[in-house]
Design a protein around this ligand. Structure first.
Ligand code: PEP
Ligand code: MN
Length: 356
């Protein structure tokens, strides 16, 4: 079964290169939702209003959402502004209520996607229902779990599917709230080429000042849309207060972002890109040849150590390698942390080769 991209979900979305979704983390009051929706609907690019009514919170003492009544307020917001609505669902009951109350798009949250039983329960009630569904990445960086949730949907005949990239739990404090691990959504797109990837810079950034930086990176990587938490009065928000933007800030942000095209028609630009790609291809093959040569020598060293009864791992030599290679890399304007990682990978490959 083929996945259908967001442009074909509703007539009003056709012709858009990017799907921009905005709205509060949580529905709090009728007034808060309606005022937010009114201002958001003034921004031309925005067609979909997001809002959580059931909130999966770490602590039971946090605000857990207003529940079902929030769906009535969303219906009002939709009638008044014409925005499509989307809501997080975590149980079959949530799905039934959303469908009854005319929610247009559903989404599965990161905590739900991490549990295949929950995903399957939701799939069961979606059989034969033609509602678009967006699937957030699971909290842990497990691509297979994300793929599995999408496959479960396809198996019950749901094929209007988008993936939301909201980053991964970092375990320790980092500049962003969640680690983006951009390679994971990119890999997902290679598995499901038709899937729309929606980036959620709000949950990745965790702070409103950093939302723009994440959204820019996402657009550079050619995502199909953005989901941005927007609240009429972010500082008073009952959940995710630090990361929400006001509708005016959102408008400003969207004006500053560059929405890139995936392909281009201009012949000159295409030639220039092809030329640069040709150089990259050539350098990649040179790197592989060098790596293969390095491994041949590693093997000789391994044999030498073996014949002379010397241990394979020598801490001093490894420390020395790390120090001077990183120094050289930094002098070449390479990123210190990335160089360290590359060296570690090459070193562990060498150790495997020598222990064989
Ligand atoms: C949300 O979108 O407000 C939310 C709870 O997100 P996540 O599932 O990504 O944590
Ligand atoms: Mn949130």
């Amino acid at each position: 079964m083929e996945i259908i991209g967001f442009q074909k979900w509703f007539d009003c979305l056709s012709g858009y290169s990017h799907l921009i979704i905005a709205g509060p983390c949580s529905v709090e009051t009728e007034e808060q939702l309606l005022n937010t929706a009114r201002q958001i609907s003034d921004i031309e690019q925005i067609k979909v209003l997001r809002a959580g009514v059931w909130k999966p919170r770490t602590s039971p003492n946090s605000f857990e959402g207003v529940g079902e009544i929030g769906l009535d307020w969303l219906q009002k917001a939709k009638q008044e502004t014409g925005l499509l609505t989307c809501v997080e669902v975590a149980t079959p009951k949530h799905v039934e209520l959303c469908l009854q109350k005319g929610v247009d798009v559903l989404w599965l949250g990161a905590r739900t996607v991490a549990n295949p039983f929950s995903v399957q329960d939701i799939c069961e009630v979606l059989k034969g229902v033609n509602v678009p569904i967006m699937i957030k990445n699971p909290i842990n960086p497990d691509l297979k779990l994300w793929v599995g949730a999408i496959e479960r949907m396809l198996k019950v005949g749901v094929n209007k599917i988008a993936a939301i990239h909201r980053g991964f739990y970092p375990f320790e404090d980092t500049r962003f709230r969640n680690i983006p691990k951009w390679e994971i959504p990119i890999e997902l797109k290679t598995i499901f080429p038709n899937i729309s990837i929606i980036n959620d810079p709000s949950h990745i950034a965790g702070k409103r000042e950093l939302v723009k930086e994440v959204a820019e990176q996402a657009l550079c990587l050619n995502v199909d849309g953005l989901m941005i938490e927007t609240h009429i009065n972010p500082k008073l928000a009952l959940s995710d207060a630090a990361q929400q933007l006001t509708p005016a800030e959102l408008d400003d942000l969207l004006k500053k972002l560059t929405f890139r095209k995936a392909d281009f028609d201009d012949k000159n630009m295409l030639n220039e890109l092809e030329n640069l790609r040709f150089q990259i291809d050539s350098l990649d093959f040179q790197m592989l040849e060098l790596l293969a040569k390095r491994m041949e020598i590693i093997k000789k060293i391994g044999d030498f150590k073996n014949n002379n009864n010397i241990s394979i791992f020598q801490l001093e030599r490894w420390n020395e390698i790390k120090k001077n290679r990183i120094k050289a890399g930094v002098e070449l304007n390479l990123d210190e942390k990335i160089i360290k990682k590359i060296l570690q990978i090459i070193h562990s490959y060498s150790i495997i080769k020598q222990t064989k």
